[in-house]
Design a protein around this ligand. Structure first.
Ligand code: OOB
Length: 519
């Protein structure tokens, strides 16, 4: 794909990384040189290489180099630390680990050294983007690609072979590895481009960690490169970093998770800051439920169109469409990319629920995996006998085919038998004028089993509301009494996952620690 694009328009800019610009010809050549160098190091087709790189052009050179020889990147995120990296290296039998020197004040060379020592000699290389310290500089790897065959390497990848291992966004335990194939992935990228209107005029800001499925392919950096557009690497997704890049580079499209969408709308209340967003036409928001209250602010405050994305690294991706009625865009998480995506919504016994009712989402389709990497026990639980993936998400389907995510199966509070969908209460809390963001989690209760705890992050300079006033606000909005949060806690910020989603798991842990303090 990259070779074709480089031949078609060699001199177009493919990627912007700070002051550095690479044309398609340069990106392609660098990837070819990387492929030749990795082969010379002894990385062969089918080998796994754990890649933990930040949003830099080097990320693209490395992954296209690996794709070229048919070695599989294992997509770690910059936020991952020793436990996760060790697990990825051991579980994938990786031959190499590629890290940056430092990122956000953290020394990844030390981390990689500890991981390599723990994993043992099977991990043959630690390569470092930047100053290598005791390891090998990534800059020393590239070789003259003269000897690389023009087409597929003799034992190189076929279209149906795995291209890389993605990580599951699963909220329990260490992430599982997801083998995505060259053909299934490009199919999803092509479909995403059509839906989101990505063309050679598009400029995509890669604001989320580049290795995550959302910024990689929905439609993401790969979508922009597939279309002959431009990728702008954004080192951090906060407004101070992202907005000037949007202005300077004429960014037309980007994707963020809901907490960032809130931070961006908050920052854009200031008209001078907002003016920087003038080129932006489409903001994709996904990765977690984007509450309707927050969705309503996007177009008026940011001055661009909202597209909701409900996707998963395992495959299925849903989008709202540019032609959809506004109410659908604001209240649904979209419909599948492909007419061949099969959707089943079932009860606890795997029986189809009535139309419009909420149930567990099962899916099967052209770009959804049939199993995790080397995980037969997980697979027996996570897939039906006829190959549907159990997403763990609770959804209902509108007559238009759009899905509304009602939460994770685990993201319910079971308050003495009465079920509370956290997302519903969070949406109401977001309407409170002092509230910037809200999360509702279950906390253990001797009498009810579980009761609900609302965590609130306040708007800057907002007067902290009393818990009783917050509860009254929820009641006055017409929610059933059992849904009114039992506990209300005001916090500075929420714990996050590697891609910036709120980590409810860590909030629950924090709650146990806070328990003494009461509300
Ligand atoms: C994306 O991928 P993952 O693998 O990090 O996480 C998938 C899970 C889904 O099963 C669902 O529980 C949740 O994240 N999720 C959403 C959502 N988008 C993802 N829940 C509610 N509303 C949404 N819009 O997160 C991902 C992959 C590709 C594109 C976009 C997101």
């Amino acid at each position: 794909m990259l070779g074709d694009r480089a031949a078609a328009h060699p001199d177009r800019v493919a990627v912007v990384d700070g002051e550095h610009r690479l044309t398609y010809a340069q990106l392609h050549r660098n990837a070819e040189r990387m492929a030749a160098g990795l082969l010379a190091l002894g990385v062969t087709p089918g080998d796994r290489v754990v890649v933990q790189l930040p949003n830099r052009a080097g990320f693209l050179e490395v992954i296209f180099g690996l794709f070229r020889i048919g070695a599989l990147p294992v997509f770690a995120l910059p936020a991952h630390r020793e436990t996760e990296l060790r697990h990825f290296c051991v579980h994938s039998d990786a031959v190499a680990l590629i890290v940056p020197d430092r990122h956000e004040g953290f020394d990844h060379r030390d981390l990689a050294g500890r991981v390599a020592a723990a994993v043992g000699p099977g991990l043959r290389h630690v390569l470092v983007l930047g100053d290598p310290g005791p390891h090998t500089a990534l800059a020393d790897v590239p070789r003259d690609p003269a000897d690389l065959p023009a087409g597929r390497l003799p034992d190189g990848p076929r279209p149906g072979d795995p291209a890389f291992l993605q990580l599951s966004g699963g909220s329990t335990g260490v992430p599982k590895l997801i083998p995505r194939t060259h053909d299934d992935y490009l199919y999803s990228v092509r479909g995403s481009n059509e839906i989101c209107g990505v063309t050679d005029e598009s400029v995509y800001l890669c604001a989320l960690p580049a290795a995550h499925n959302f910024p990689l392919s929905s439609p993401g950096t790969l979508g922009a490169l597939y279309a002959g557009g431009r990728v702008v690497m954004c080192p951090a997704p906060n407004p101070d970093t992202a907005f000037p890049l949007i202005e300077r580079e004429g960014v037309t499209i980007t994707g963020v998770v809901p907490p960032l969408a809130l931070a961006w709308t908050e920052a854009a209340r200031d008209p001078v800051t907002r003016a920087r967003l003038a080129p932006l036409r489409t903001l994709l928001v996904g990765g977690a439920k984007f509450p309707e209250e927050a969705a309503r602010r996007v177009a008026p405050v940011l001055g661009c169109d909202l597209t909701q994305v409900f996707g998963m690294a395992e495959g299925l991706v849903n989008y709202t469409r540019p032609g959809d009625p506004q109410e659908i865009v604001l209240t649904s998480q979209g419909r599948p990319i492909s007419p061949d995506d099969e959707i089943r919504i079932v009860d606890d016994a795997d029986r189809e629920v009535p139309p419009g009712a909420t149930g567990h989402l099962l899916t099967r389709g052209p770009y959804t995996i049939r199993g995790y990497w080397r995980a037969p026990e997980h697979n027996a639980r996570s897939f039906t006998a006829d190959g549907f993936y159990r997403t763990g998400d609770l959804v209902r389907r509108l007559p238009t085919g759009h899905l509304v995510v009602e939460g994770r199966a685990k993201d319910q509070i079971n308050r003495g038998g009465e079920k509370i969908a956290a997302a519903e209460v969070e949406n109401v809390l977001l309407a409170h004028p002092a509230v910037h963001d809200a999360q509702v989690v279950a906390v253990p209760d001797d009498y009810l089993g579980e009761r609900s705890c609302a965590y609130l992050v306040l708007r800057p300079a907002a007067e902290p509301p009393k818990p009783a006033a917050v509860r009254r606000f929820v009641r006055e909005r017409g929610l059933a009494a059992y849904k009114i949060p039992d506990v209300v806690r005001i916090v500075e910020s929420f714990p996050e996952t590697g891609v910036g989603k709120v980590s409810k798991k860590d909030l629950r842990v924090r709650d146990e620690a806070d328990d003494e303090a009461g509300d």
